[in-house]
Design a protein around this ligand. Structure first.
Ligand SMILES: [Zn+2]
Length: 122
């Protein structure tokens, strides 16, 4: 039971809304208590542990917890297949030139003649 639930009050027998109220010990507030909105009878203590764990689940989900799907950000094979990593690329300070076509290329252009420059020496 929690505040806002619709229950049948065991004290007045009516369908009522559970209210969260303050529990007093004399004039001192000593905790929270669930009460009937109609007759104000005590219905029990709020389920603290349960709400805490659901809040923790939500936080875990926000932080990429177990309930969220993990997405790999590692680039795939295709990522490397750009002229940027190609063995045919010519070193040039301002442009990227292809040694095969002798023309300017885009760093991420995927070329059928691609050869991985890191595997050139192998
Ligand atoms: Zn009641």
């Amino acid at each position: 039971m929690k505040a806002g639930d619709i229950v049948t009050c065991p004290h007045c027998g009516e369908r009522t809304v559970v209210k969260l109220g303050k529990k007093f010990s004399g004039w001192q507030v000593c905790g929270e208590v669930l009460t009937c909105a109609l007759c104000s009878a005590e219905l029990g203590m709020p389920e603290k542990a349960k709400s805490d764990s659901s809040a923790r689940d939500k936080l875990a989900a926000l932080l990429g917890g177990d309930e969220t799907e993990h997405v790999s950000l590692a680039p795939g094979e295709e990522y490397r297949r750009g002229c940027r990593n190609c063995a045919h690329r010519l070193e040039h300070p301002f442009k990227m030139l292809c040694g095969l076509t002798r023309s300017e290329v885009e760093p991420m252009h995927v070329c059928p003649e691609f050869r991985d420059r890191e595997e050139k020496g192998k």
